[in-house]
Design a protein around this ligand. Structure first.
Ligand code: ADP
Ligand code: MG
Length: 497
């Protein structure tokens, strides 16, 4: 059955998109993949470059064991096969940012094989993206075209930095799914500690493959595995934000549909996303693998892993997002949706767990994912530096649970907490925000109201809903601080309903 939400209406009928992503994740490591040069952001140009990185004659690459361990860890986190034997190949091409004249990558025999990622959609439902492979490779340097009117400068700090290229199957069907996949993948890498996930610095970036086809074609592809059921794809290089990923996909799918509807055909090519114009444009027509003349790097032996070492890595894995999500649901009784929102950010779920001890977990989750998250986003703050501590959210929820404040007043208390007025209990006491549960005070207000509005009071006997008007009046008289449960009880007994 075709999911209508994925259909794009064209002039000549409906279309669907098919998306497969190649994500480049910089390995969290102090040193590069084949040299001891430091890795880090912000050093002066060419300050983190060894003779190996710039391919001085006679230099030899030496594999960095830590980077291999990070790739294995990532493979395990993606529930993927770890290949105990893999090969490094030279991918030959000329570019000024690549002094070797080739990139050391893995072609036929990558370190990690097939795996999967379970992805949450915005509505809380999930889908699975199959992983085809993960391989290790070197990053290139950087050409600086804007430093001098007549020259291009080269910065090789990034040359030779270890990247993991994670290739998905074409399992995403709309722009939101592609962004959600990158988000979940990033979360897994950050939990594992194998990539810092910093997309702004380009430490995690995606090449997005887009094709379009008629409804039904994708299902045929899934049944048979035959790519000829799909349309020709274009690859959009190096997109480094969720928003740009979505914009690039939407634009690209539309572009392809227009060409096809005009009777044209799609050329398989590599395109760039122009974030300013919101367009993709052609960079080069797609090169074939044979253009790169891949061959095993004669300077590097096959990479052979000890199964016992892999096992030790597996046993040392931290709790991963999916396991944490399941635990938050069973331990705290959260919905899949709430748990899914919490686990996307490790610090957020840690914050939640610190606040939820002994409290109404659903309420705590709401405060963390709604009010607090909104404030943090507005202030561009990470939850790890939240000015409100988990213990303070716990205290706020305790006040609601104890009936000291209503949820409405809690919002006001929260505003004051955010403004730095102190801990919630102290704020409530100082500002006199306690709910009026004192029946004596409430009774007096109610008696006066009934006396002043005999008509309204009489109507309650016939129309019990009319009691709502009285509740509203009492709330007004107490500045919203009356306990609604207590008011209702008192009104019912006094009005005889
Ligand atoms: P290359 O090395 O040429 O980039 P790969 O076989 O590694 O090719 O595939 C690149 C990506 O393209 C993969 O993520 C794959 O899922 C995706 N892909 C392949 N065919 C299609 C298609 N018809 N539509 C969308 N994505 C596709
Ligand atoms: Mg590719």
């Amino acid at each position: 059955m075709t999911d209508t939400s994925k259909v794009i209406e064209g002039r000549t009928g409906p279309w669907e998109m098919v998306l497969g992503l190649e994500v480049h994740a910089q390995v969290a490591s102090n040193a590069k993949l084949f040299s001891g040069a430091a890795v880090g952001f912000g050093a002066g140009p060419n300050m983190q470059v060894s003779l190996v990185d710039v391919a001085m004659p006679g230099m030899l690459p030496v594999i960095n064991k830590h980077c291999v361990e990070q790739a294995v860890k990532t493979g395990l986190g993606l529930k993927a096969q770890i290949h105990l034997k893999s090969l490094f190949d030279r991918k030959n091409y000329f570019y000024p940012d690549l002094p070797q004249g080739y990139q050391i990558s893995q072609f036929k025999d990558p370190i990690v094989g097939e795996g999967e990622v379970i992805v949450e959609r915005d509505d809380g439902s999930t889908f699975t993206v199959r992983i085809e492979r993960l391989h290790l490779e070197q990053d290139a340097g950087k050409s600086l075209h804007d430093q001098d009117p007549n020259a291009t400068f080269m910065d090789y700090n990034r040359a030779g930095t270890a990247l993991m290229e994670i290739v998905s199957r074409p399992d995403m069907r709309c722009a939101e799914e592609a962004a959600a996949y990158v988000k979940k993948l990033r979360t897994i890498l950050v939990y594992l500690g194998t990539c810092d996930g910093d997309m702004e610095k380009g430490n995690l970036r995606a090449d997005v493959n887009v094709s379009v086809c008629r409804p039904g074609a994708y299902e045929k592809f899934r049944e048979t595995g035959d790519f000829s059921h799909l349309g020709t794809r274009c690859e959009i290089k190096n997109v480094n934000s969720y928003r740009f990923i979505q914009q690039a996909i939407e634009y690209e799918a539309r572009r392809q549909i227009e060409i096809l509807e005009d009777g044209g055909k799609i050329d398989q090519e590599t395109r760039l996303f122009d974030a300013v114009k919101g367009e993709t444009r052609s960079m080069r027509s797609k090169e074939e693998a044979h253009d790169y003349r891949y061959f095993p790097d004669p300077d590097l032996l096959p990479l052979v892993l000890d199964p016992a070492w892999v096992k030790r890595i597996e046993e040392s894995l931290p709790e991963l997002p999916d396991a944490k999500k399941a635990r938050l649901q069973s331990q705290y009784g959260l919905t899949a949706y709430d748990a899914g929102v919490l686990i996307i950010d490790q610090a957020r779920s840690d914050f939640f767990e610190a606040a939820a001890k002994g409290r109404d977990a659903k309420l705590v989750a709401n405060w963390v994912t709604n009010e607090l998250a909104a404030k943090l986003t507005a202030g561009d703050l990470d939850i790890s530096v939240s000015p409100i501590a988990p213990s303070e959210i716990a205290e706020l929820v305790a006040l609601i649970e104890e009936g000291v404040i209503s949820s409405k007043i809690a919002k006001e208390v929260f505003e004051r907490m955010w403004a730095g007025e102190g801990a919630p209990r102290a704020i409530v006491e100082k500002a006199g925000l306690q709910q009026v549960s004192d029946t004596g005070a409430l009774e007096k207000i109610i008696d006066d109201l009934i006396a002043a509005n005999p008509g309204q009071a009489a109507s309650v006997a016939e129309k019990p809903q009319a009691i709502g008007w009285f509740v509203g009046q009492v709330m007004k008289a107490t500045g919203g601080k009356a306990n609604p449960g207590v008011i209702n009880q008192l009104l019912k007994s006094k009005l005889g309903v």
